[in-house]
Structure formats: structure tokens, C-alpha cells
Design a binder for this molecule. Structure first.
Ligand code: GDP
Ligand code: IMO
Ligand code: MG
Length: 421
């Protein structure tokens, strides 16, 4: 399951929904920059690191090797879930996943401050610095916690580098590696140790036993480090290929690639956004859709559905189908719009431009349809949707080239229609 836009499409909701039919749900990239919301029986859960299948007793939730894990945040989340009656004892965390430690967060904030007006608007969770350490071979992994000597040695090595940056470039105090090791080991080792595992092995055992495994993406296609609107991206690969590397399964095992798309678009943080709205329609999307970050509380930037981006997302991820969320947010609009092409310097194009500067200048060309002006929040079957809503979904299907298999019409687990049955 992958996000097809700039995040917050409703991946958490659909993961929770589909987990009913699964045995295992695996997060494969990102970290606690994610905020995945589940609403079950009126109760809201906002998950950052624990996979969104965790609410079911039959699911083994897995944090794969591609994720960056802040051990303090993970333990706080396990604690929060346990206090709310969710048993997290089955949760497994890859020993190969890299740790986010407090200096990563400090560096993230300092880099953003340093960029000034050019800042990316990161979540300041230390995601970029942790993945940078991984690529630099300076990272500390979850499995290192299990060997005190190695953990202390690795912290000393990585901090001998970072302390130079902190003191000489940013004029900050150095971090004492042994004091940090004491804190992490005393607070995190005992509660985390039972969860640490070779998760690729667990996933393959499940597959060989004929079980179904759902790989839950965080962030989204256009926040992908390689395929997104660089540098306004995250530091991992949320696209479908990232699911293979971040979980340790080859592409032959992937049967379905479900793209999650909002019925409109939102984006948090800086970067190009061709269909962005700065008018009353945008304000209505934010108000009705409650478009404020699950995690950081920031107002999300709103815009109309962009089929040009989605066509590209279909290719990048080999999507087999789309699930459209938040269709109900458009319930009161007199007309609804889908961007079908861009105009760049007077020339029409149906493709997402390769050059990023062209994306900044792209002017959307819209197809406008009449709204349905009806409350969809109780719709559970295709026949409950007015013809105008069907027309909107058909336009998306026709533009994007893959079927819309599922639609969500509210945050609750039961607010959902299957269009294939
Ligand atoms: P994720 O990061 O992709 O999991 O998405 P988020 O949880 O950050 O943001 C999606 C928000 O929309 C959450 O508050 C969900 O509860 C909510 N949501 C999900 N699906 C629907 C829907 O169909 N309609 C409405 N109105 N809200 C939805
Ligand atoms: P979910 O999984 C929306 C955005 C940030 C910023 C950029 C880089 O809930 O969809 P980072 O902290 O990752 O280095 O920030 O990416 N971003 C998200 N936007 N949803 C998310 O996750 C996001 N995770 C990161 O706002 O623009
Ligand atoms: Mg989110």
C-alpha cells in the first residue's frame, strides 16, 4: 500500500481496513514523521511507528529494516497503546533498522534553521540525518543495542563526527556518547529487546506458510527521495520498490500494489504543487477535511485532484488499483475539478515534466464536473453513490488508467465501499 500524492492520503485507515484479511502488517520505510490515523468504534488512534494493523489480535505488526526508529518514541507509543487496551507483545522490530537518536533531531532542526527561507519544512523528527548516517555508514542499528560494547563504540564513532559539526559549524555543545549510551541502554534495552528480530526471516516464514502480508507505506510517491519533488522530499523511498528493500522481499512476492489517493490533494511543508488552491475552495477543503497534520498540527496546503501526478504514480509504483479517500469532503461543492493536463509556457502536456523548474511553472488544465451535493458518509455500497459521484470516480479511472477498487467516505472503519464486488 503506497501513498500516491504528498502524504496523509488515508494510508492508516486503509491499512487497518485491509489488515482484517492479513496475518502481518509491515512498515517498510520512514519513521515517526508519519502520522497514520485509525478511527475504530469512534475511538481515534494516531500511529507514528507501530504498523496500522496493530489493533487486531491476529496481526503480527512488523517494523522492517527500512524504517528509522526512535526507541523513545516507539516505547512511548507501545505504552500509549497498552494503556488503551492494545496488546503490542507481538510487535517485531528489525535488528537492521537504524536508530534515530536525540542528536539526529537536533541536527534536523539546525539544518532547517540554517536553510532559512529555503527550508524544507521537515517534521524535525531527525529522519534526514538518520538516513544520512545510514548512507555514510555512520549509523547505529537496533541490533547494536543488544551488545553494550558495540553500542558504545558506535556511538563514540558517530558522535566524534557529529560533535565536530555541532560545535564547529552550529556553535552548540557536544553530545557525550557515554552519557547518551547510559540513557538509551537503561531506558530502552530491557523493554525493546523482546521485540527485536530478523524480520525478513519472519516475513518469508509467513509467506511460505501461505499467509498474507501487507506492506504499509508511509509518506508518499512525490515525497520519495528519488522520484519526488527533490529536495522537497523525505529521505526514504515510499514508492513500491522501497517496500521490497525496506522489508526484505523480492518483487515476485508482490501481488497487488494499492495506491491510496485523496479525492483532492494536500501537501505539508514546502515544494511545488501545481493544483494548489489559495481561494475559498481551498479553505473549504481544509475546514471540511480537517487538514491539519496528525503529527505536527501544521495546516496542510489544499488543491484539486491531479491526474497528471497520479498517472505518473501508477507507473512508478506499478499500481494495480486505486483507493480513493475523503470523497465525502467534496459533498457540498457545486462543482468538482480534476486536473487532466498542464500548460507550461503555452504548451499542453499530459505528463509530469521531467525538469523540476517546469513543475513550478505548470498551470493546471481542469475538467470540471457537477458536484453531487449529497451526504456520502453513510454510503457502504456503490448503489448508494449519486451518479455525479460515480462520474467523478470514472473520470479519475479513465484519466489514471487503473481501476478505483475502493472508496472511503469518512474516517471510521466502516465508512468504506468496495467497488469491485
Ligand atoms: P495517512 O498519513 O495517509 O495515514 O493519513 P492521515 O491519518 O495523516 O490523514 C488522513 C486523515 O483523514 C485522518 O484524520 C483520517 O481519520 C481522515 N480520513 C481518512 N479517510 C477519510 C475519509 O474518507 N473521509 C474523511 N472525512 N476523513 C478521512
Ligand atoms: P504520512 O505517512 C505528509 C513531509 C514533511 C516535509 C518533508 C520532509 O503521515 O503520510 P521529513 O521530516 O520526512 O524529513 O520531512 O516530508 N512529510 C510528510 N508529509 N505526510 C507524511 O507522512 C510526511 N512525512 C514527511 O512535511 O515536507
Ligand atoms: Mg499522515
Amino acid at each position: 500500500m503506497v501513498g500516491t500524492q504528498w502524504g496523509d492520503e488515508g494510508k492508516g485507515k486503509f491499512t487497518d481496513l485491509l489488515a482484517k484479511e492479513m496475518s502481518m502488517v509491515v512498515r517498510y520505510q520512514g519513521g515517526h514523521n508519519a502520522g497514520h490515523t485509525l478511527v475504530v468504534d469512534g475511538e481515534t488512534f494516531a500511529l507514528q511507528l507501530v504498523p496500522s494493523g496493530a489493533l487486531y489480535d491476529h496481526i503480527v505488526p512488523v517494523i522492517g529494516n527500512g524504517v528509522v526508529v526512535d526507541p523513545f518514541v516507539l516505547l512511548a507509543e507501545i505504552d500509549m497503546l497498552s494503556r488503551r487496551g492494545i496488546d503490542c507483545s507481538r510487535l517485531r522490530v528489525s535488528g537492521n533498522a537504524h536508530l534515530i537518536l536525540p542528536y539526529h533531531q537536533q541536527l534536523d532542526a539546525l539544518h532547517e534553521r540554517h536553510l532559512g527561507k529555503s527550508k524544507l519544512g521537515t517534521t524535525k523528527r531527525g529522519i534526514g540525518p538518520a538516513y544520512a548516517d545510514k548512507a555514510m555508514r555512520l549509523g547505529v542499528r537496533v541490533q547494536d543495542l543488544l551488545d553494550e560494547m558495540i553500542f558504545r563504540e558506535k556511538l563514540r564513532a558517530t558522535l566524534s563526527h557529529h560533535n565536530k559539526v555541532l560545535t564547529k559549524i552550529f556553535n552548540r555543545l557536544p553530545v557525550d556518547p557515554d552519557a547518551l549510551a547510559d540513557k538509551v541502554l537503561s531506558e530502552c534495552l530491557e523493554p525493546l529487546a523482546p521485540h527485536i528480530a530478523d524480520t525478513a526471516d519472519l516475513i518469508h516464514d509467513a509467506l511460505e506458510a501461505g499467509q498474507h502480508v501487507l506492506l504499509e507505506g508511509a509518506q508518499a510517491t512525490f515525497l520519495d527521495l528519488d522520484h519526488g519533488t527533490y529536495p522537497f522530499v523525505t529521505s526514504s523511498n515510499p514508492t513500491a520498490g522501497g517496500a521490497c528493500t525496506g522489508a526484505g522481499v523480492g518483487p515476485r512476492h508482490i501481488d497487488r500494489v494499492i495506491g491510496i489517493a485523496k479525492a483532492y490533494v494536500t501537501r505539508v511543508g514546502a515544494g511545488p504543487f501545481p493544483t494548489e488552491l489559495f481561494d475559498a475552495d481551498g479553505d473549504r477543503l481544509v475546514d471540511i477535511g480537517r487538514e491539519f497534520g496528525t503529527n505536527t498540527g501544521r495546516r496542510r496546503r489544499p488543491g484539486w485532484f491531479d491526474a497528471v501526478m497520479l498517472r505518473h504514480a501508477v507507473r512508478l509504483n506499478s499500481l494495480t488499483e486505486l483507493a480513493i479517500t475523503k470523497l465525502d469532503v467534496l459533498d457540498t461543492f457545486d462543482t468538482v475539478k480534476v486536473c487532466v493536463a498542464y500548460e507550461i509556457d503555452g504548451v499542453r502536456t499530459e505528463k509530469l515534466p521531467y525538469h523540476q523548474s517546469d513543475v513550478h511553472r505548470a498551470v493546471p488544465i481542469y475538467e470540471e464536473l457537477p458536484g453531487w451535493r449529497a451526504d456520502l458518509t453513510a454510503a457502504t455500497e456503490p448503489r448508494h453513490l449519486p451518479s455525479e459521484a460515480h462520474a467523478y470516480l470514472e473520470l479519475i479511472e479513465q484519466q489514471v488508467g487503473v481501476p478505483v477498487s475502493m472508496v472511503s467516505t469518512g474516517p471510521g472503519r466502516s465508512q468504506f465501499l468496495n467497488l469491485t464486488s
